[in-house]
Design a protein around this ligand. Structure first.
Ligand code: SF4
Length: 360
């Protein structure tokens, strides 16, 4: 173990769900975090070169980030094995086997800081997971670990509150790390936009700007207000799941099926966009389920798959075509409402008129 306590963390996969917690936890213990840089073309090619072609994009991205940390000379790299996050609620086999994968494909002078979280097994809960994580740093004091975990939850909860209020991932993370909770009223005003779309995907498929081709920015430039799982409470996500009559099995099913179920029944949402990685088994099952059941809600749904070969032009064309259709649907709906004397928000009408005339 090096004298300076440092831990490398990949800016990939669970980074987009749990990094605020890890930030608070390691900071409290005086362990410096070395984070890999945002994903680039090189990250993708480095990761893709080390795994079989059929591997999903998020895993290739993850491997690429580990390679970057190793090349930077980081000696201790955190690669957890998150088996199950609640009783009988499992992650996919690739996430569960991450330490084995990294051990076998990434060569170099580094040590894997490996810990297992398996809430379906006895004695593999959060504190055992944290104990395994910090043991290589010589930290054994249970009270200290507990206090660090509490500090992690404070950062995570602040982050969550800001995400629910509509802040961007980057803004919410920045403020949460600074120990602040900032509620941006401007975001609530922007929610008055013309078209509202629910973006249904795992965090790593939409917040990684390279992998997702910065889908948030692209939709915003098209005049679309984007909603996603991070704006919902656990109760709303669970309600979405039961609305689609689906049993919970996968660890990240709430952010996909739960999110889709919630927004399918929402009058505010004009359409649903699902984004999944090519070759993802759990997502293909979840999206099939969503597609089948979404017919009852009569909401347009666009399904996009991403991999390292996805062309940006084709991706944007599909987004534009879908949003064009939503704009026209909405304009027709508003016209019908106005004809029947139903009061329609003036700002919405103005937005729709403006955008549709621009597109003519
Ligand atoms: S859930 Fe799907 S996309 Fe995510 S790591 Fe597993 S196989 Fe890959």
């Amino acid at each position: 173990m090096t004298e300076k306590k440092q831990i490398g963390i990949a800016r990939a996969l669970s980074y987009y769900n749990y990094f605020p917690y890890l930030y608070g936890f390691f900071n409290h213990l005086g362990i410096e975090i070395i984070l890999s840089s945002p994903t680039t073309k090189k990250t993708l090619s480095d990761g893709s070169a080390l795994v079989v072609t059929e591997t999903c994009l998020p895993i290739k991205v993850y491997v690429g980030h580990i390679v970057e940390l190793v090349n930077k000379g980081v000696k201790n790299i955190f690669v957890p094995s998150i088996q199950s996050v609640a009783h009988k609620i499992y992650n996919c086999s690739k996430i569960r086997g991450l330490p084995d994968l990294i051990r076998n494909v990434v060569k170099g002078d580094f040590k894997i800081i490996e810990a297992t979280l398996d809430k379906s097994e006895k004695n593999q809960g959060l504190y055992e997971f944290l104990r395994q994580t910090v043991e290589p740093f010589g930290i054994k004091d249970f009270e200290l670990i507990r206090a660090a975990s509490k500090a992690g939850f404070v950062v995570q909860n602040n982050f969550r509150v800001m995400m629910q209020q509509g802040l961007s991932f980057d803004e919410a993370l920045k403020y949460a790390k600074e120990g602040k909770v900032v509620i941006n009223r401007k975001n609530n005003d922007e929610a008055q936009g013309a078209i509202h779309v629910a973006l249904v995907a795992h965090g790593y498929n939409i917040y990684d700007k390279k992998a997702s081709m910065d889908i948030f920015k692209k939709l915003s430039q098209m005049g679309v207000v984007v909603h996603n799982a991070n704006q919902l409470t656990d109760e709303q996500l669970l309600g979405g799941l039961s609305c689609l009559n689906t049993e919970l099995y996968w660890a990240n099913q709430l952010e996909v099926t739960g999110c889709a179920g919630h927004y399918l029944k929402s009058d505010l949402i004009d359409g649903i966009i699902t984004v999944t990685a090519f070759g993802c088994g759990p997502d293909s099952l979840m999206v099939e389920d969503i597609k089948r059941k979404s017919k009852n809600f009569q909401k347009p749904l666009l399904h996009l798959t991403i991999d390292e070969h996805t062309g940006e032009a084709g991706f944007v064309t599909r987004l534009e075509a879908f949003c064009d259709m939503l704009f026209r649907n909405k304009r027709a709906k508003i016209t019908r409402y106005m004809d029947t004397g139903i009061d329609v928000n003036e700002k919405t009408v103005a937005n729709i008129e403006g955008i549709v005339s621009l597109k003519k």
